[in-house]
Design a protein around this ligand. Structure first.
Ligand SMILES: Nc1ncnc2c1ncn2[C@@H]1O[C@H](COP(=O)(O)OP(=O)(O)OP(=O)(O)O)[C@@H](O)[C@H]1O
Length: 332
């Protein structure tokens, strides 16, 4: 199990992570979503030891993480970072050996992953001669080649064609079925919703919600219905007591929210009085809708997609962070 507990990170005066925590269970696929600049990459880089947190803990299986533990993890960084001029097989073998595999194991594993990920290109090709999507597949192979127990992937699906998305999704499912933990960031919320056992929504450096999508929906939220009524006058549901119209759905359907205590039968009766009811069904909000609720609830930070400026902590003058400006990386 991976645990990030109470991570704080600032760059200069800017709070980038604010008491951020998340947990990824063994065999779990965790989707990490948030606006541009919300702090996803920073969180992953801290987990991998590429950046140091100002505060907080990283634990693996209940114990603090060191270099040896991280050798059993696989990382696909946002900036990618394989050697463009090196032959793809050679770099995979090299990386697998760095993570402790023998030459023979490394060669077999490199060959396996190049085939499994359907990389178009010969193992002896230089990375730079491959298309971007194929380079991305090689990048995933690099994260997988040493059979890691944890995979941390920064936007692994971006830039892949639909077949590449399916291959990537299939591989990630296989890894979690084999007991590995997977955490990945993505802006493709439908994909995250369909793939992930758990999701974390980060905004302005804070974790606003995490859990299964069903948990994020919550039991106490108002119930939504999608109602399709043929021949009804426009706005037929607008003035119904206890009903809030969220907007038109497709064709002649509306999406409404029933306020607590309102009977869905009353809504159905009103629909029947207005026309011919062709569809009447509860409509759970999608992850994309939940995400928008979190983001829109956050006002200006969210609109800008950027975290807030640091407020001084108790006993600390404003702007006291000595590490102003862009910070260089610490060793992995
Ligand atoms: N080295 C750095 N120096 C200064 N600020 C940085 C540095 N790295 C990241 N930031 C800032 O930290 C914030 C979070 O960036 P981060 O890359 O973690 O966001 P993200 O959620 O991964 O965004 P995206 O979806 O666009 O990839 C941003 O405001 C970014 O400008």
């Amino acid at each position: 199990m991976l645990e990030l507990a109470g991570l704080d990170k600032r760059f200069g005066a800017k709070v980038v992570l604010d008491n951020l925590s998340l947990t990824v269970q063994p065999g779990q696929m965790f989707g990490f979503v948030g606006t541009n600049g919300a702090g996803k990459t920073t969180t992953m880089r801290i987990a991998l030891g590429v950046l140091a947190a100002d505060r907080g803990e990283i634990r693996w299986r209940g114990a603090p993480v060191d270099r040896k533990v991280r050798r059993r993890w696989g990382y696909m960084p946002e900036e990618r970072g394989l050697y463009p001029k090196m032959r793809i097989r050679d770099q995979l073998v090299y990386l697998a050996e760095l993570h402790g595999m023998s030459r023979t194991e490394a060669q077999a594993s490199a060959a396996h992953w190049l085939t499994r990920l359907r990389v178009t290109g010969a193992p002896g090709d230089r990375l730079e001669t491959l298309s971007l999507g194929n380079q991305q597949r090689v990048q995933l192979a690099a994260a997988l080649v040493h059979e890691p127990e944890l995979l941390v992937l920064d936007e692994p699906f971006s830039g892949l064609d639909p077949v590449g998305v399916d291959v990537m999704a299939g591989v990630l499912r296989e890894r979690t079925a084999a007991g590995a933990s997977v955490v990945f960031s993505s802006h493709q919320l439908e994909l995250v919703e369909s793939l992930c056992d758990a999701v974390g929504i980060i905004n302005g450096g804070r974790m606003h919600a995490s859990g299964t999508v069903a948990e994020l929906r919550g039991d106490d939220r108002a119930v939504r219905y999608r109602v399709r009524v043929a021949g009804a006058p426009a706005g037929w549901a607008d003035a119904l007591p206890g009903v809030r119209v969220l907007g038109p759905a497709e064709e002649d359907a509306v999406l409404v929210e029933l306020l607590p205590g309102t009977s869905e039968q009353a809504l159905l009766d009103a629909g029947r009085a207005a026309g011919r009811v062709l569809a009447f069904a509860p409509a759970a909000p999608s992850l994309a809708e939940l995400f928008r609720e979190v983001v829109n609830g956050e006002g200006t930070d969210a609109e800008a997609g950027e975290p807030p400026v640091a407020k001084p902590r108790a006993g600390e003058p404003a702007g006291s962070d000595p590490a102003a400006g862009r910070e260089s990386e610490v060793g992995a």
